[in-house]
Design a protein. Structure first.
Lengths: 203, 480
């Protein structure tokens, strides 16, 4: 795996299956994958959302945008980054935990790489946050998410060296976890808003 | 000769199973079609053509009743009758009564749908049908119980398999909820008033409403899962003991959860608190079943090569995991204060209804129909296309509703520095059109998949009679 995150991200974005193939069976250091690649990707969504919301506020559909103070925006963006980091690391660890059941490789570095490559399109598509109209973001991110799911289902058996059918079962288990993680993000956000962090709500 | 002596003389009553399954598919098409139509009305309101029976208010209960009681309950009757015979190793008890149950239920559904279109309604959600229907439902439901439990009573094998516990719990609890929630004073053939008033009426309604979700859409369909999953995967349950623990924990905790629909209303706060705590506890038995099922299927991966049915059940389990977690989280008061009344709730219901209920039922149907027809499925390819349509339809549905719901929650509650609401309700409502457009598309995609299944199953079964299957020999160690 190349040390340069930009080169690697382009390679995994344009040639994901070749990347999965080239990593299969290798020994990767999870720390190297995280610090030389994933971390930089994880920084993108909070950065784009901070810039977009600072410049024009959140356009949730109503006429007037919801404008947050720079301080609130920074807190929300840091929270976003921490949750993404937690989501990344926990998904890789859960994937490794599941690997035993599905006869897949248990090398933690490969699980870090799998989650990073599957997440690359989503991290890059977060450039849509620069234009923080929610519906526009939905239109960009839903097809990206479908592409990422496709990468997960097709790529998992390749990089983790398990038969495609077992890979399908493992990918479905991971999808269950990811759906739960996504909905947790919504729930945690709402609980934080209710507690006074973020937008000013009359509750 | 002695071996043959303990075999029952008659075969399983599968003809009635087949009929009920066909009714279920017909209701899926009809009721989901109505759902897509009313989704379109939310984008283009003129689609009601100023005709009272085509308005959203009348069609919406036709959609919900048609999907839950038409598609869902017919599927539970079909799979329940199919599995209770095989797990009890005897033909159905009182087969004529079973016929009465199936045709009686369909008559109630058709006339009930017409009454809803005519504007008859008790106004109780998921219990809109007026008192004459409530009495008819009770008669059919008790008959359903007699056939089901009668079959278990005359079983030839000692253990009562776990799927029957879930189906049995579903029949008993739904009967109990139906009776209490529909106690009313009739004033004419088409109108009655609830025996209860105010807050007690609301608590009773949501005791009913939530446990209809609990014991029908969860418990009943778990019965389906527990029978068909080991059958499809050719593996015994990963842990039978865990399935029994899950049943009792589920039954005990679900019944308390209803008042979480009434957070921040005039019902006592301790009732809301109890419902919230029990909703969180509920996650344990829900996930026990999910893990048990996932581990059962994990050893049967080779079957995925040839069996399209198994894919649906695997995916159903993922959505079951999501929907049960999401439900527990939305029951927390600090989340509910934002999420309540938003489209997130609608998305949550559909992640369960499309992702879990419909998918597990489709899996069961793809498994059962070739067995009933005695020949392979007409097209595995069409079933695979259906799988991807169902998956993408469900994902698009829930994601559009997540975005709509979160936006609504934020906009409705946003206040300025002096505490005044920042956004007008009508502006927020108008801004939802794009999400509703996506939801309409999602529903259409899902319905297209269901139509492919209906065609595939029709081509497999045609006008054939169900194969006459006979109960097998019972291992003497387990014989009654």
């Amino acid at each position: 795996m190349t040390k340069n995150p930009i080169v690697f991200s382009f390679r995994s974005f344009f040639h994901p299956f070749a990347t999965f193939q080239s990593l299969a069976g290798t020994e990767l250091s999870p720390r190297a994958v995280f610090f030389s690649y994933a971390l930089w990707l994880l920084l993108l969504p909070p950065l784009f959302s901070w810039l977009g919301a600072y410049a024009s506020g959140w356009h949730l559909g109503a006429k007037e945008p919801l404008v947050l103070t720079p301080k609130s925006l920074t807190i929300v963006s840091i929270g976003y980054f921490l949750l993404l980091m937690f989501g990344f690391v926990s998904t890789a660890i859960i994937s490794r935990w599941m690997a035993g059941t599905y006869g897949a490789s248990r090398s933690l570095g490969l699980h870090f790489a799998l989650v990073a490559i599957v997440g690359t399109p989503l991290a890059l598509a977060s450039v849509a946050h620069l234009f923080p109209h929610v519906f526009f973001n939905v239109l960009v991110l839903i097809p990206t998410m479908i592409w990422s799911m496709y990468l997960l289902y097709r790529g998992l058996p390749i990089i983790l060296q398990t038969p495609p059918e077992r890979g399908m079962l493992m990918a479905s288990s991971l999808v269950a976890w990811l759906l739960v993680a996504a909905v947790s993000l919504l729930g945690i956000s709402m609980a934080l808003w209710t507690a006074g962090v973020g937008p000013f709500l009359g509750v | 000769m002695s071996e043959n002596m303990n075999l029952p003389k008659s075969h399983y009553h599968d003809e009635i199973v087949k009929t009920c399954l066909q009714f279920s598919v017909a209701w899926a098409l009809l009721a989901m079609g109505v759902g897509v139509y009313i989704a379109a009305q939310l984008v283009w309101p003129q689609l009601n053509f100023d005709t009272p029976w085509l308005t959203f208010g009348r069609l919406r209960p036709v959609h919900t009743n048609g999907v839950v009681f038409g598609f869902g309950v017919s599927a539970l009757m079909a799979t329940g009758f199919y599995s209770v015979q095989r797990t009890s190793m005897v033909p159905l008890f009182a087969p004529r009564l079973a016929k009465f149950v199936v045709y009686g239920w369909q008559t109630i559904l058709v006339l009930g749908a017409l009454s809803l279109l005519a504007g008859w309604t008790s106004s109780k959600e998921y219990a809109e049908l007026e008192w004459p229907f409530d009495i008819a439902i009770l008669v059919v439901w008790v008959s359903f119980g007699v056939v089901f439990f009668g079959t278990i009573a005359k079983r030839r094998i000692k253990p009562i398999y776990v799927s029957n516990w879930f189906y049995g719990g579903f029949i008993i609890v739904i009967g109990m909820l139906h009776i209490f929630n529909n106690l009313a004073v009739p004033i004419s053939i088409d109108k009655s008033y609830s025996l209860f008033a105010g807050a007690p009426d609301a608590i009773l309604q949501w005791w009913y409403g939530h446990n209809a979700v609990g014991f029908l859409l969860t418990g009943g369909f778990l019965g389906m899962n527990y029978y068909f999953l080991p059958k499809m995967s050719g593996q015994p349950l990963w842990s039978y003991r865990l399935s029994i623990i899950a049943f009792w924990a589920f039954t005990y905790s679900y019944i308390w959860a209803g008042p979480h629909h009434l957070h921040y209303t005039s019902i006592p706060e301790w009732v809301q608190g109890t419902a919230m705590v029990m909703s969180v506890i509920l996650l344990a038995p829900s996930w026990a079943t999910m893990i048990n099922s996932v581990m059962t299927v994990s050893g049967a991966w080779e079957k995925l090569r040839s069996d399209p049915a198994l894919k649906f059940v695997v995916l159903a389990l993922a959505f079951y995991g999501l929907a049960t977690f999401e439900g527990s989280m939305m029951a927390l008061r600090s989340v509910n204060v934002v999420s309540h009344f938003t489209d997130w709730t609608v998305g949550h219901v559909h992640s369960g209804a499309l992702g879990w209920n419909a998918m597990v039922t489709y899996g069961a149907f793809y498994y059962m129909v070739p067995k009933l027809a005695g020949r392979p499925l007409y097209s595995v390819r069409l079933a695979n296309v259906h799988f991807y349509l169902a998956l993408s339809g469900t994902m698009l549905y829930i994601m559009s509703m997540w975005a709509a719901g979160v936006s609504q929650g934020l906009l409705w509650l946003s206040v300025d520095q002096v505490g005044e609401l920042r956004y007008a309700f009508v502006d927020i409502m108008a801004s939802m059109t794009s999400y509703y457009g996506l939801r309409f598309l999602a529903g259409f995609i899902f319905l297209s998949g269901t139509s492919l299944m209906a065609y595939n199953l029709y081509k497999t079964m045609g006008a054939r009679k169900a194969i006459e299957a006979r109960p097998p020999q019972v291992d003497p160690a387990y014989q009654v």
